[in-house]
Design a protein around this ligand. Sequence first.
Ligand SMILES: *Cc1c(COP(=O)(O)O)cnc(C)c1O
Ligand SMILES: [Zn+2]
Length: 445
Amino acid sequence: MTAIEAAQHTGSGSAALEGSSETFLARSGSADTSTDRTQLRPRALRCKLCGAGFAAAPTAICEECLGPLEAIDADVSTLPTRAEISRRAHSIWRYKEWLPFDGEPTLSLDTGFTPLVEAPRIARRLGVARCWIKNDSVSHPSLSFKDRVVASAINAARAFGLDTIGCASTGNLANAVAAQAARAGMESWIFIPDSLERGKVAATQIFGPHLVRVRGNYDDVNRLCSIVADQFGWGIVNVNLRAYYGEGSKTIAFEIVEQLGWTLPTAVVAPMAGGSLISKLERGFREFTEAGLVSGPAPRLYGAQASGCSPIVQMVHDGRDEVRPVVPNTIARSIAIGNPADGRFARKAITQTGGWAAAVSDTELIEGIKILAADTGIFTETAGGATVASALALSREGRFTADDEVVLCITGNGLKTLEPIVETLVDSPVIDAKLREVRALVNAA
Ligand SMILES: *Cc1c(COP(=O)(O)O)cnc(C)c1O
Ligand SMILES: [Zn+2]
């Protein structure tokens, strides 16, 4: 079934909002599914700008005002308690009531629940009481936080009857889509800028997707994919499945709260590309507070970018609501989005929580990678280096206080972006297999 057929199948349009998922099941062909309450049903959609409602469908743009669509919330009476959550398996699905589905997911059930690691030496550098690293550099299966958003989107694709998924990617999303599509037995069509790091390309190709390298930057790739989604009826996770994709990011906030013993940090620093992650962090902390699972002031959210591509940081600094697109020029390719789709929502999340934003040079972000490695034993990619370096820059600006409890979101793995790092490392000695040679090195060290 194509995306468009699936949309018609679900009865797209505001009139079909009520009971839309039942309509989908009743028409989906197999006997008994209309009464099977465990089958996964994507939730209906609502426009973030004008509030118009639509049936669940692989579409992310409002027919009324062309605004972005998001999935409607769960019925509050069905939300689980802390005790119920803590008995569930360690994955993003332990928070399934806050993900955009009813019923049970069937794919990518083991993504999420990455370590939250205390980092006292980083805390000292920042001049704060405590600091933790939320370590999505070891996310399962593809070593970045994009596993979370793809785990959510791929379940939507399956529920809509789509057999091909795809994405426009700066690298990590390509890895996550290729890996999760492969194991689900789905086809994937993946579009990336032609100049990505070799590690990101290889860690996509290994899964056997249709990988297309587009001459240009991410913004060119993304424009192409907006048309592609409608032409071939695929589920492009960050285009027509975007409403189901973005919600996966909230699980970082949920995990932070639970891993801190059901308390809120006072500040969170996160990298920004399209601006989705940081705006979903705000929503995640808010939803857990509204559900009564945690109380206290919302964490101040701080956004990090590379100065070679910092359109959202500029919006925060100028107090401006519109994105002014830029042409990216930075080694931090995974966050090099010159025209961020969620720029306004990112800025809103930052300003409404009392946070701020910082951009750092490529030299500073490489230093950030090295500081994190030396202080915590975690090897992050360029985006993580930008996060650490931005946190240090924000600290120098006096944005943190001595009693702050800060979480740094480390979203990707350093083994995927070796190119800029290897240039800065000195060659290690080569010796013959002789004790004498080791002794000489130890004496000289
Ligand atoms: C995609 C990505 C982000 C941020 O993405 P948003 O588009 O802002 O949600 C951050 N870090 C890494 C490593 C990424 O790949
Ligand atoms: Zn609208």
